[in-house]
Design a protein around this ligand. Structure first.
Ligand code: IMP
Length: 437
């Protein structure tokens, strides 16, 4: 039985993964996050109420679900406290339902300060990070220098380690960045105060997952960001600092290969990106304004206006293959309702030589290429809230078939989102066995 499902964003994040996790969680026992931190923003609409989650897995809204944060997740203690308080305010209790790996790296104020100073120094070359300290926190992990959740439990070691780290950061802040130092005592106090949030929640997540496998429990692995923001396979250096592609699951949670049964790629019906970096199909005309307005394309973590563009099938196909995608879920299809024509990128052309290429990752300079488009006719009527595939206008069905045909490899679009609510969903084929209806 295809029991455990991975949810992976196929673009630059903000594909609408939160809603899909929420929909699929109806029949799940566990939801696991395995990379990223509170840079993520998963927006859910339940009973017309908008809820944005950054760190806690989207499955938390279902009372029967246990949520896990694997070792690959970087945790801001303050971010976690804020989110737990927000959820408690909504009457959602996390007691016995949220567990965190001992090995999660901690994000502290010096990471955030470093993130901000670096971006400032890079000026026009900046990455456009969320300024949440994500990159510096992962750097401290890789250099085997940073604090992990388990360090909170040994106060003498914590004091000593923190001293070394703060001295190291302050040297850079003062001497290289000509900025002010951070205060050791303040950070220590915050850390000691945050200890209670982790109490009774810290667990060996890899072991919990093994137990879940033994008990035949259903697990959803919730990806954050998108495959094109992956540190190793994305549009480097304009990426995040974790692995948002499939491999991140194993290193970031300790799940076994055999525990991954179905990989659902989430793709928005057009493209968006926040921050800097290559975006071949980017629009700067009225259609951009249309996507931003109708698609409400503002970052849920930073509030920034997202850059928008046409669906890029070249990049999508690469990510579908690279991530061993089983099937796709197309989101925000209803946003295209008001367009008379819809473009999709099917290749790239060199601006100087007219050479057509299908692998932009092999070129040194993305600016030398422009997209080659296939143009489809828009359906020009509302599909919002449609739940049955055959009720979609013929031209919308054609758009879906075109994408499937281009991607090939037997990967079909098995789920379609036609609005923000849980219920605005078409299950085209229940290949993932969710027994949704
Ligand atoms: P960082 O993850 O804050 O270091 O930011 C690196 C890049 O990833 C920036 O372009 C961010 O805008 C982008 N990014 C990080 N998290 C998300 C997300 O959840 N959705 C979309 N973009 C993101």
């Amino acid at each position: 039985m295809k029991q455990n499902i991975v949810i992976l964003g196929m673009q630059w994040g903000d594909e609408g993964k939160g809603k899909i996790v929420d929909v699929l969680t109806r029949t799940a026992n566990y939801v696991v996050r395995y990379h990223g931190g509170h840079n993520a923003g998963h927006t859910l609409v339940v009973n017309n109420k908008k809820i944005i989650l950054h760190l806690v897995p989207s499955g938390i809204l279902h009372n029967h679900v246990i949520c896990l944060l694997g070792n690959g997740v970087v945790i801001s203690p303050q971010g976690l406290i804020d989110e737990i308080n927000m959820l408690s305010g909504l009457g959602i209790s996390l007691d016995g339902r949220l567990f965190i790996s001992h090995h999660c790296p901690l994000i502290l104020s010096y990471h955030i300060k470093m993130d901000i100073l670096r971006e400032h120094l890079l000026d026009t070359q900046c990455i456009g990070t969320t300024k949440k300290g994500i990159g510096p926190a992962y750097e401290d992990k890789v250099s085997r220098f940073g604090l992990q959740v388990r360090d909170l439990y040994k106060e003498s070691v914590l004091r000593e380690k923190l001293k070394r780290i703060v001295d190291y950061y302050n040297f850079q802040f003062v001497h290289y960045y000509k900025s002010t130092p951070v205060n050791y005592d303040t950070i220590l106090e915050e850390l000691l105060l945050s200890k209670k949030v982790f109490k009774n929640r810290t667990k060996d997540i890899a072991l919990l997952l093994q137990k879940a496998e033994y008990e035949n429990k259903k697990i959803i692995f919730e990806g954050a960001q998108g495959a094109l923001l992956d540190l190793d396979h994305g549009t480097f250096p304009y990426v995040t600092s974790s692995n948002s592609t499939i491999g991140g699951i194993f290193t970031g949670s300790g799940a076994r290969l055999q525990q991954v049964h179905f990989i659902l790629g989430i793709v928005k019906a057009y493209c968006t990106r926040v921050g800097s970096g290559p975006f071949p199909t980017e629009l700067t005309d009225l259609t951009d304004d249309y996507f931003v307005k109708v698609g409400k394309e503002f970052g849920s973590t930073t509030g920034r206006r997202r850059r928008t563009g046409w669906l890029d099938l070249v990049l999508l196909k690469r990510m579908v293959i690279l991530n061993s995608i089983s099937s796709l879920c197309l989101t925000k299809l209803d946003v295209l309702d008001g367009l008379s024509e819809i473009k999709v990128c099917i290749a790239y052309k060199n601006l100087h030589t007219d050479q057509v290429i299908k692998n932009p990752f092999s070129c040194l300079n993305w600016d030398e290429f422009k997209p080659v488009y296939h143009i489809l006719t828009g359906w020009n009527k509302s599909i919002k809230g449609i739940t049955i595939f055959s009720q979609l206008p013929f031209l919308a069905q054609q758009y879906i078939s075109y994408i499937e045909h281009y991607i090939g490899h037997g990967v079909s679009i098995d789920m379609i989102s036609t609005g923000p609510d849980r219920l605005d969903t078409i299950i085209v084929r229940d290949t993932f066995n969710i027994e949704y209806i």
